[in-house]
Design a protein around this ligand. Sequence first.
Ligand SMILES: Nc1ncnc2c1ncn2[C@@H]1O[C@H](COP(=O)(O)OP(=O)(O)OP(=O)(O)O)[C@@H](O)[C@H]1O
Length: 192
Amino acid sequence: MEVNIRNLSKAFGNLKVLTGVNLTLRSGNIYCLMGPSGSGKTTFFRILLGLENADSGHTEGITGIKTAAVFQENCLCEAFTPIDNLTMVTAGASKETRKLAKQALLKFLPEESLSRPVSTLSGGMKRRVAIARALWVPSEMIIMDEPFTGLDEDTKRMVIRRILECTKDKLVIISTHQEEDAGLLNGILIKL
Ligand SMILES: Nc1ncnc2c1ncn2[C@@H]1O[C@H](COP(=O)(O)OP(=O)(O)OP(=O)(O)O)[C@@H](O)[C@H]1O
């Protein structure tokens, strides 16, 4: 799968956020999107996800592809458990599905945390649930907006190992402020 982004521009009033962005993104790669705060990383993701319209330019190859995302705000259902947060994004919540969701989450979190409401988890634990959910849902493309925020160094490295294991044939785009993350992810650097 190949996604082509051609001459993409976006402004909010007088503020030019994206100006003539040209990129070709291919499955099997992890792209690390870097740029100072306010350079338009989230805006770029929102355009790819269809949540925002570009002012000009276009994207090819993205219509209809299954996409998973980690947003900066986690976007979890706080009253529900981590297991519920995974099963609710896939069809059905059979015993078997719940068992698989639990197995997926155990790679990220201690067992005791999986059956209490997300609202009782720490910030870093919530982040891990959001990442586990994006890796759990069937997808061809995964977008992660600063997924490592709030994770300590060891946890970040564990999460990166999981991302590498789970995304082999997918197109993955991850924004980060740490250039070393691109190295850890064997990622291709994109500077905005
Ligand atoms: N809906 C909006 N209306 C007006 N301005 C907006 C809107 N969305 C984003 N902006 C502005 O566009 C600029 C880019 O924002 P964006 O969130 O894309 O940056 P970012 O690179 O993701 O930043 P950070 O690294 O801090 O998350 C910022 O100046 C922001 O205030």
